[in-house]
Write a protein of this length. Sequence first.
Length: 431
Amino acid sequence: MFRPQAIGVFPGAAGFFLLPEVVGHQALITKLLRGEPPETWPEAWRFFRAALSGAPEETVLSLLPDAPEGRFNRFVLRPEAEAFRAALAAADDEMRLLLQAAAWRLGFPVEPPPYEGADGEIRAFLLATHAYAAIASGDWAKALSFLYDAAESVRALSPIFAARLYAERAALLQSLTVQPVPVHAAAPPPQGGTEAGAFDASVIRSATDVQSPVEGYRTALKLLDRTAFDEMRGEIWLQLGTALQAEAGGQKSALLEAVRCYHEALKWLKRDRHPEAYALAHMNLAVAYLSMPMHEARHSLRAALAVQSLREALRHFTKETHPDLWASATINLANAIQHVKSSHLEDNLWEAVSLYEEVLSLPEVRDDPLRRARVLANQGNALAHLGAFSRAVPRLEEAKRLFAAHGDAEAAQAVSAVLAEIDRRRKEVQR
């Protein structure tokens, strides 16, 4: 097996495939390591081109060369015991390590092979496999360490493989550290990261000292500069935006940087090809706009931009396919349209009331007392602004009761203030 190989560079099965030696392979592999397919593919590498183009598995299988690399790749596509034995019999020592690592990743009852003594892309692939094993056992410290060492070991040789590893590590660390961000009323934390589970905080501090999520994403983006991996670049810009937004703490400068990241992401993420990531980028962009100080002169403009992005996100997030994301985007849309300067303010308020009503019909909201209370409070407030007090009061009273019953005294007090204001305005009318 010649070295280096393009393992880890491309997504899917191609990221596992080994290439047989051909005339001029060193010049060709140098391009592949940068993610650049050759203009003319050698006959023995046609299977790789087919895999990159999304050809059916049967087509790729039919193009595999009769060589040790071909047997390895056949096992990757058809991970069966007979294929494993055939690949093992033909493999040299380095290929055996990769085969055992691939087998573990594909669910075979084997242990991840040792990485000591390995170098370059093989070491990175083995270390990454140990990282995934550590994730499976919940050992976050080992997982983060293995991923960082894997990325560092291949950074100079295979920058795109390294970029994937840095981004994976950043995403894992982000998932362990990101907490919900206090944003515009009833808005969720930025989508794309996850909330923290149980972990040892010292592990997170130590890992962050090595490289924070923001630093990891930025490193990955630098390595992807001037490569053809547009989709990957867009997804990492999106993740970088979520990391910055989660750390912003309401600071305008950090939120503006997150906004820039989402705009960068949307240069590469297109609705027809990347609908999920495209919609998430628009949703997070809107939340970032709505999180900025409301008293500033540009707030109405930001609210209008947020409305645009939320309507775009809702073209993909529907009540049927993405109920939670649809509900979050719809609530934020209802909140945002009330802050847009318009000669049709009353129409905007009635649209907000209608949007809240749609969200209240969701079982996920109906069966979550605090979530229902937040939506009712927002809807009641909008109705109060419309002067529809007879409709506003029952909703606000229910919200207050739910908040009080579930320990959110501050929210209950805020609703009480709105009810008191309604009572005052009613008495003024009666005078």
